[in-house]
Ligand binder design. Structure first.
Ligand SMILES: [Fe+2]
Length: 179
């Protein structure tokens, strides 16, 4: 598993992030890197800011350090709190936003491909497939590359089938870390 970016590791130490959260961020960041590599290999014409996707994946749930119950139960308190926390620690707004947008794909039509890729990584790392989300991303990628939506959907589907293979192992690894 790839380590978190240095800046994020040091922030996690500063805010005393719980081990389960660090493990989760590590896995989603690692998955996002693999996902981006896969997408770039099958859709080389798609241009997006991969670094912000990696940063977003590495920090998306950082607000759960303040809403620790949301590490084990659903809740949305961590979303705005995470964005605020990142801003307070000097992170630029365009990078802090992922803490809020990673859960907003059904209610915010202004999300970018980068936002949606972080959301997809946060969904698919554990083997979960969400057809509406994959369709939305395929629509956006098709519009950006002038490809047919269906062709893009198939490429994304193939990539996810390959990448979700290790999901059970990832879930078991994350569960070993205390909340
Ligand atoms: Fe997450």
């Amino acid at each position: 598993v790839r380590p978190l970016p240095e800046q994020v590791e040091s922030l996690c130490r500063t805010i005393d992030a719980p081990p389960r959260l660090i493990a989760h961020l590590t896995l989603v960041h690692d998955f996002a890197v693999s996902l981006v590599e896969e997408i770039q290999s099958v859709l080389p014409e798609l241009s997006f800011d991969e670094k912000s996707v990696f940063f977003g994946a590495a920090t998306h749930d950082i607000g759960k350090s303040l809403f620790r119950s949301e590490l084990v139960a659903p809740g949305s308190g961590h979303e705005f709190a995470g964005e605020r926390l990142l801003l307070e620690h000097g992170v630029e707004a365009r990078l802090a936003r992922f803490a809020r947008t990673h859960a907003a794909w059904q209610k915010d039509a202004s999300l970018t491909i980068e936002d949606l890729l972080v959301t997809l990584a946060d969904t698919a790392w554990k083997g979960k497939r969400v057809a509406d989300l994959e369709t939305l991303i395929s629509d956006r990628i098709a519009a950006a590359t002038e490809k047919e939506v269906w062709d893009v959907y198939i490429l994304i589907d193939d990539a996810l089938q390959k990448l979700t293979a290790g999901a059970d192992e990832r879930l078991a690894w994350q569960a070993k870390f205390p909340v």
